[in-house]
Design a protein around this ligand. Sequence first.
Ligand SMILES: [Ca+2]
Ligand SMILES: [Ca+2]
Length: 471
Amino acid sequence: MKKIATLLAFACLSLSASAGDKPNIILILADDLGYGEIGCFGQKMIQTPNLDRMAEQGIRLTQHYSGSTVCAPSRCSLLTGFDTGHSKIRGNGTHSLGPEDITFAKLLQDAGYSTAVIGKWDSGEVGSPGEPQKQGFDYSYGYMHQIDAHNFYPSHLWRNGEKEMLNNKVKTSHIGYAKGKGTYAIERNDYSHDLFVEDALNWISNQKDNPFMLYLAVTIPHANNEYWLTDGEHGMEVPDLGPYGDEDWPEVQKAHAAMVTRLDDGIGQIVAKLEELGIDENTLIIFTSDNGPHEEGGNQKEFFDTNGPLQGMKRDLYEGGIRVPFVAYWPGTIEAGQSSEHQSAFWDYLPTFCDVAGLEIPEETNGISFLPTLLGQKQKSHDYLYWEFMEREGAQALRWGDWKAVRNLVNGYGFGAEIEIYDLSTDIGEERNLAYDRPDLVAQAKKMMKEARVPSPLFQFKSEHFDPENK
Ligand SMILES: [Ca+2]
Ligand SMILES: [Ca+2]
């Protein structure tokens, strides 16, 4: 790691001349938005003109991966720079970052940045060591727990650890996996996404003295299953159907499309605000998603082909669950109209943001800064990318070069479960398992999967307690 840090420190020196001193950073994270869900990644039916323009004037990374295939572990990887073989939070639930965790927000705050998280936090509740104020954020506004974030018309949100009531009336759902906790509205006035965009615009306008970092973790296009399962026709909650009201589509799909277009519109407002303030050329904006598309709330992923050419969706470790769209926009610094196949993942954000701010990158990280790729410079590659996921049957996955390995059924069969091998250069849809023809690759993947993880005190595969291969 030391060598990487030195190389990157050198890259920083050459960067500082071109990128200015401590540029602002805005990271916009969508929730359950698939690889094929926005125009610049092949979507034909849902309109995303602002993101498409940002891609035309910026760069797309076409082999960018989320930290995990569900919310909480993905966000932990994002904030702390570790893959799910090393991260603290490897699954959903009520888990919290701790005082020992280093987030990119802590590093940027120490370096003089103003820092904010607006939207869905999902990394520790109010009063826990994981709350935003204890993890490097000066300012926070939004949902603290992921289950609360299912409801787009919640009874309240949290501002800097204080509960703030909204003008909605809610009921608790008594069915579904979030029963007893998840809510849905019976009177709807305040749409949380609109509040987040408004709050982001205000917060940005007030940043006059310091460089700033805004982590805008929106909840579009996640579903509200609680609403769908109780009162609602579907769970894709949105105030109006935007340009899709007259389409001959199922209501749920009209609403889904309207959510994504509304998100795109908010992003357009943020870009316009930066231009109005005259800071657009000193601000890096990155847009991505926390995991693959869903089929929740009555939504069908095939209707809009939200996973594009990929296999699977949310909760899979096939590409559809973890490969996500990525657009970076930084006028005057990122050259227009680029696309890169550099293989990057959520654990790269911490080093990347250090790199952008000219800070030393911590030695303890699985990440590699992808700033050189954004700037058209020579980029260091990962030896491999690794994921593990304990829910359902339990799975592990590896990406190295053109190869992809997936090991399903780990909860039942342990680390001896069969490994599938795909050549993504000719089979991006992971349809032809090459494991029987390439035992050499299976053996290689097996070895790497073993070295790519350390056991977690909080998250174990069901097999971990008895599997001899784990010793
Ligand atoms: Ca998600
Ligand atoms: Ca597809």
